[in-house]
Design a protein around this ligand. Structure first.
Ligand code: NAD
Length: 253
């Protein structure tokens, strides 16, 4: 399916990976509706930037209606994500406030944007949903998790597997492909925010991945026509989509 002239929606596109995804889709000839809670999103060349919050249903419905008004919606990138430390022994009130803060964006936001977009993808004849996850939901190549005091962020990313798997199966009949992207460290404001003065340590600086390369991987995933997969990208390794894994037989239990 040619993407040129069709519409893409990218959440959390003011900076970092979301901005790179939006810019790459503009280069592919798409009409891109990029949105974010930050107003920098209005300054992406060639895209329509809108200030909107993916955790708010009204905002999400307005975004998808606006996108549908721009043409056939063919790509939805569920990129907006938020991160904070959530030690497992924090107080109850803090833990529940943290739950809302993380899950409203990372999980409910993905659910709402996708639900609102599916009818438009369907009526346009199909398309692609890309869920931005993280590397440690894949078979471990390291100690397997983010920092141990980030249980809610970790949980939100593992949970995306459920969406990717279920939606890929359910939406195949509508020609809608659903995939997850599971990357290690990419040089973005979120990653830099983990370090003093936003400076990456020297050992990470030399291997950290670049957002434009991850955005190219997204294009390769879309063009591959594959669905229901989590695609990895690890620091220090070439970024590619790799061979399609063998399909497993569906069993119950
Ligand atoms: N940078 C990495 O190393 C890395 C690795 C794995 C996964 N990720 C994931 O990639 C995605 C992008 O991360 P990034 O590193 O570019 O982060 P970032 O913090 O630099 O950018 C995220 C953007 O999302 C926006 N956003 C947050 N909450 C929002 C909301 N409710 N509604 C709309 N916009 C909202 C922010 O304002 C920000 O512009 C996230 O889902 C993140 O979890 C990042």
């Amino acid at each position: 399916m040619s993407l040129s002239g069709k519409v893409a929606i990218v959440s959390g596109a003011a900076q970092g990976l979301g901005r790179a995804f939006a810019e790459r889709l503009v280069r592919a000839g798409m009409s891109v509706l990029a949105f974010d809670v930050k107003d920098d999103v209005t300054r992406i060349e060639g895209a329509t930037g809108v200030i909107a919050d993916v955790s708010k249903r009204d905002d999400v419905e307005k975004i998808t209606s606006q996108a549908a008004g721009m043409g056939d919606v063919a790509v939805v990138v569920n990129n907006a994500g938020t991160w904070k430390k959530t030690p497992v022994d924090s107080g109850w009130d803090q833990a529940l406030a943290d739950w809302d803060f993380i899950m409203d964006t990372n999980l409910k936001g993905v659910l709402m944007l996708s639900r609102a977009a599916v009818p438009h993808l369907r009526s346009a004849g199909g398309g692609h949903i890309i869920n931005i996850s993280t590397y440690y939901v894949l078979p471990a190549k390291s100690d397997g998790t983010n920092q141990s005091d980030t249980d809610l962020y970790n949980a939100s990313k593992w949970a995306l597997n459920g969406y990717t798997d279920a939606w890929a199966k359910y939406l195949a009949k509508d020609n809608i492909n659903v995939n997850g992207m599971c990357m290690g460290a990419v040089d973005t404001p979120m990653l830099r925010g983990l370090f003093p003065d936003n400076e990456l340590p020297a050992d990470l600086k030399s291997v950290v991945m670049q957002d434009a390369d991850i955005a190219q991987q997204m294009m390769d995933i879309i063009e591959s026509g594959r669905t229901g997969e989590n695609f990895g990208a690890w620091v220090g390794e070439p970024i590619s989509i790799g061979e399609q894994p063998p399909l497993h037989k569906r069993i119950t239990g």
